[in-house]
Design a protein around this ligand. Structure first.
Ligand SMILES: Nc1ncnc2c1ncn2[C@@H]1O[C@H](COP(=O)(O)OP(=O)(O)OP(=O)(O)O)[C@@H](O)[C@H]1O
Ligand SMILES: [Mg+2]
Length: 235
């Protein structure tokens, strides 16, 4: 058996056999994905309303900011101010980093312009980006094949910049990871967030559905959203 060669590059990344991974910031998640997300990869976070997709994503960017990275959150639905306020309930003061030019919320109206701009990402040398949500793109493209083309183009542009990206996907039910069933094929990883209820008991679950080049957990993991954000329980 060949022993894996591991090197710690910085406070925020670890390389095993030449694959560099960055910490996700979600408490307990790194252990389930061999240390973190592969640098430059694109991950789909899929779930229904209130599943915790935006919280997961803000926590991911907050982790990057704590380690000196520049980050961008592109919001297609909620206002930046609503997101700032949501984040503050967990003690994440994004405004502080906006002032320093290390962070930017971009409010994007997809109906007016379906193209994604890279100007701010390039100017800031962003290394982490979130698009909340990519599902809205499917409302403005003509058909499935153009959606696939658009997504592939977007993912390629992000990879060329070595940006590790979260694409948020709205799922309407347990069986589907996205509205058109395309997004999950274009990305490197898929994490499902579920809000479940059995009788009077309700709970949240996380499941890693795919993570290329990663021997990942295949279990359903109970999660909690608490004062410090999202946490995987029992790991
Ligand atoms: N401070 C908090 N402490 C505990 N739970 C919270 C807190 N803030 C929000 N939540 C929970 O998180 C949910 C919202 O999470 P989030 O906004 O990430 O969902 P989402 O998946 O992005 O939903 P949508 O698709 O509607 O945007 C709330 O409905 C609530 O259950
Ligand atoms: Mg949301």
């Amino acid at each position: 058996m060949v022993k894996a060669k591991t090197a710690v590059n910085s406070r925020n990344s670890i390389a095993t056999n030449g694959i560099e991974r960055i910490k996700t910031g979600i408490i307990g998640l790194d252990k389930l994905v061999k240390g973190g997300f592969i640098k430059g990869s694109t991950i789909l976070i899929s779930g229904g309303t209130g599943a915790g997709k935006s919280i997961f994503s803000m926590q991911y960017l907050w982790e990057g900011l704590q380690n000196g990275e520049s980050c961008v959150y592109i919001t297609l639905e909620e206002t930046a101010e609503d997101l700032r306020q949501d984040a503050l309930t967990f003690g994440w003061d994004f405004k502080e980093y906006e002032k320093k030019g290390k962070f930017k919320f971009i409010e994007k109206n997809i109906l007016e312009d379906a193209n994604f701009e890279f100007f701010d990402m390039d100017r800031m040398k962003a290394s982490r980006v979130v698009i909340d949500s990519i599902s809205l793109l499917s409302l403005v493209v003509e058909d499935k094949s153009s959606m696939r083309g658009r997504l592939q183009e977007l993912v390629k542009s992000l990879k060329e910049r070595d940006i590790t990206t979260i694409l948020i996907s709205e799922s309407v039910d347990e069986k589907h990871m996205s509205l058109l069933g395309i997004e999950e094929f274009v990305v490197d990883g898929v994490i499902l967030l579920r809000y479940t209820s059995v009788g009077a008991q309700a709970g949240r679950l996380l499941f890693i559905r795919k993570m290329r080049r990663t021997k990942h957990s295949e279990n359903l993991h109970p999660i909690k959203i608490g004062d410090k954000g999202m946490q995987i329980l029992n790991v």
